[in-house]
Write a protein that binds this ligand. Structure first.
Ligand code: GDP
Length: 305
């Protein structure tokens, strides 16, 4: 099966999350009847696995409605959890769409520092290059010299160009140069890195608004995508970041990173349930190939174990 390496990686990515879910559920299934108390415990176990209260309540309702002739087995419960998760995830599993026109398509990538923004930009560029798109990166996080350097290193590895300005310079000027260059050279996709200084929310908001204004003047539909990169290891904190970035940046979709290193991957379900934003892809490692287009069924099965 061609897909097997990807699936293995995804399952490995979610293993800590599904193990935690399993640990939380263990012991609940020896009970013969699904009384209210057991249902409460299952619901709590699901919440403790970061799936969110609304998801937990849905699974509870479903379990309460099922008839288990010989008591509930762990296998049957996991199957029901998987089915309910898939129902929640299916509507948000939407690949990043690159329209044919206008060129360049502009993807603004936002998120707090350390969330995996630079790495995700590199992975995304790699995926697009593999699909024969011409890609240019714009180093819009001018605040950190290290961010510009990091983007350059990745661009070299992926084999794409980067446009950058001086450290501390105007990020919208870099974006302006990026669109000009991409247009002149017929480059398909411009991916813009941005600053992630949430501690200065007003400053960040102004900066992103200015980038949007500059983009809009050059290319009225731009940015075509505003992708928020969320670090799954931050658990519920990530949900707050969705709210803040929706306000400052007008997020159109999510990429969740570091699902390989956390037991908190359930937060992806909570995010889907609460915000309904498209989830484009998930990060399951630090390498260039470790970005997986988001698939609801795969993720639901991987989380449910
Ligand atoms: P930025 O500050 O948001 O640009 O974050 P970086 O892209 O520099 O990433 C911060 C750290 O997270 C780096 O050490 C990356 O290698 C790591 N990282 C990013 N994505 C993933 C992922 O999906 N899995 C793992 N394990 N590490 C990741």
């Amino acid at each position: 099966m061609n897909d097997a390496p990807w699936l293995d990686r995804l399952r490995a990515g979610f293993r800590k999350t599904s193990d935690r879910l399993g640990d939380n559920l263990t012991g609940l299934f020896t009970k013969a009847a699904l009384d209210g108390e057991t249902l409460d415990e299952i619901e709590e176990a699901l919440i403790a696995s970061d799936l969110g209260p609304a998801t937990a309540a849905k699974v509870r309702t479903r379990l309460a409605a099922e008839r288990f002739e010989r008591g509930l087995t762990e296998e049957a419960a996991r199957e029901i959890v998987a089915q309910e998760l898939e129902k929640i995830l299916a509507p948000v599993a939407q690949p990043l769409e690159i329209d044919a026109f206008p060129r360049p398509q502009v993807i603004l990538v936002v998120g707090v520092n350390g969330s995996g923004k630079t790495t995700t930009i590199a992975k995304l560029a790699h995926l697009l290059v593999e699909q024969d798109y011409g890609v240019l990166l714009a180093a819009g996080d001018t605040f950190r010299a290290a961010a510009i350097e990091q983007l350059r290193i990745w661009a070299d590895r992926v084999g794409v160009q980067v446009i950058s300005g001086p450290e501390g310079g105007d990020s919208s000027a870099v974006v302006f140069d990026g669109v000009k260059k991409a247009t002149a050279e017929g480059i398909d996709v411009l991916i813009v890195d941005t600053a992630g200084r949430l501690q200065n929310k007003k400053g960040l908001m102004d900066e992103l608004a200015k980038i949007r204004r500059v983009l809009g003047r050059l290319n009225p539909a731009a940015p075509h995508n505003v992708v928020l990169v969320l670090d799954a290891t931050t658990g519920q904190n990530g949900l707050n970041q969705i709210e803040v970035f929706q306000e400052v940046a007008g997020v159109t979709g999510l990429v969740m990173t570091k699902l390989d290193g956390t037991a908190r991957g359930g937060v992806l379900v909570a995010a889907a349930e609460q915000y309904g934003l498209p989830i484009h892809a998930v990060g399951v490692g630090e390498g260039m190939d470790d970005l997986r287009p988001f698939d609801a069924r795969e993720a639901a099965r991987a989380i449910a174990g």
